[in-house]
Write a protein that binds this ligand. Sequence first.
Ligand code: IMP
Length: 246
Amino acid sequence: MIDIRSLPLVPKVILIAGFTIGIVSFILFLRYPIILILMKYSPQYREFIKRTLGAKKIKKTIMRKIIFVTGNPHKVREAGDILSHLGITLEQNNCGYPELQEDELEPIAGFGARWAADKLDYEVMVDDSGLFIEALGGFPGPYSAYVFDTLGNERILKLMEGETNRRAVFKCVIGYCRPGEEPYLFSGEVDGEIADEMRGNGGFGYDPIFAVSGVTFGEMGEEEKNGLSHRYAALTEFAQWLKKGQ
Ligand code: IMP
């Protein structure tokens, strides 16, 4: 063991400075896990940390949780998988929101996000998606949910019988909003075609009839769909914006 007191001044100062820098770096490196643990297990520290850091900063830096307002658990799973790489967790809320009758997805998502953020007094996201079939003039588009519930995939395939132009686009608009603020919109789309018949048991909604390069979303595994879907494209745009520190 070296007796530090017996060292000459310069090595003594270097040693003490090195030791101090080491301790400070270690604390800085571990500060978020430490804060998280203290907040989780000690109500007394939780209050203290909230007062000193401010609830907004805590939310922004260490515990980003966004409420996903939707009644669709498939959407939550897909979006959760895509966003989890960024340390963002989603919490599903089923409170619903008024769906505007519009020809585009953007105003529907924007209005829904703003309405839900104000109602829940929390940052929220909503997802409005639609299938646009070229030969049907973009139908069902923003009416996709209603058409799926009333006609379903079989009847859409009937409408497309004998049609050679089978091109279609699946679009997704993510609306994100904080209470009292204007919504932000992020869109993504994927080009594909309407299959001749329903194929595959995976996914949900129009997945069995919407194909990309000949393979329906219903035939793809979740990972494959989540790597190229309209939702993936919109959420990637959203995630890049969040990463900039929003
Ligand atoms: P909305 O976004 O919930 O209004 O969805 C419109 C319709 O499209 C619903 O019938 C959904 O089931 C369907 N839908 C939304 N996203 C997807 C998807 O990723 N694959 C297949 N169908 C979808």
